[in-house]
Design a protein around this ligand. Structure first.
Ligand SMILES: [Zn+2]
Length: 222
């Protein structure tokens, strides 16, 4: 069976974007599913996909600003209400767990625990997840943010910035990646769209878009 890497743009909007879902992607390879960021408008998009409560294996949080993590409570509550039993992996920055834990506790309130285990990993030190090798790097942002770089078994590389200005290491990781997903200010989207239209190998992500990176060196877009 080929090892295709699938990237689904759940949302490409910023915190208060009325037209787009909060920035988030879902990455799938070899049956392993990773959700990157989970702002408050993200769960509704996943529900619209008629997702099964067991399908997501892991959630990576670039940082703990509300538009990147406030959807966790509803998503985990939904998984629990729909009978999830499989453990869920959560990856976040070590110092941001105190901000995230109340969101997790509220997901099962008034019970004391979810009906499935949460396996926590720190994004500073994680190097492997499911079928991927992982690297993370800091950005300059109001809250510490860690970009995610993922190397797939089929050799493709994906970079997801999260918020903020990339570090030198982040720029290197982005440059080595075929796919680089960045957070766009809605005020400049139209202007940026015009500029990007002239560039053959670049496009602006749209909510709901799905890309498949195939195992062979040739790349296909669904
Ligand atoms: Zn932010």
């Amino acid at each position: 069976m080929p090892h295709n890497l699938q990237v689904e743009v759940i949302g490409c909007g910023d915190a208060y974007d009325a037209q787009h879902t909060n920035a988030s992607i879902r990455v799938t390879e070899a049956g392993y599913q990773l959700l990157v960021d989970c702002g408050p408008t993200v769960p509704a998009r996943l529900f619209a996909c008629r997702d099964n409560a067991e399908t997501i294996d892991a959630i990576y949080l670039t940082h703990s600003h509300p538009d990147h993590c406030l959807g966790l409570t509803l998503l985990l509550n939904w998984m629990d209400s729909n009978g999830r039993k499989r453990p869920l992996t959560l990856i976040a920055q070590r110092q941001q767990w105190p901000v995230i834990e109340p969101l997790l506790n509220y997901a099962c309130w008034p019970q004391s625990a979810l009906g499935f285990a949460l396996e926590r990993h720190n994004s500073e030190t994680i190097t492997a997840l499911g079928p991927w090798q992982l690297q993370t790097s800091t950005t300059r942002h109001g809250a510490p943010n860690r970009s995610l770089h993922l190397t797939s078994r089929c050799g493709h590389q994906l970079f997801y910035s999260g918020d903020g200005l990339l570090s030198a290491q982040g720029e290197q990781l982005a440059a080595s990646s075929e796919w680089w997903l960045y957070h766009i200010d809605p005020a400049i989207r139209a202007q940026l769209s015009d500029k990007v239209a002239a560039l053959p190998h670049l496009s602006l992500a749209q909510d709901g878009e799905t890309f498949t990176l195939r195992e062979s060196p040739s790349r296909a877009v669904d």
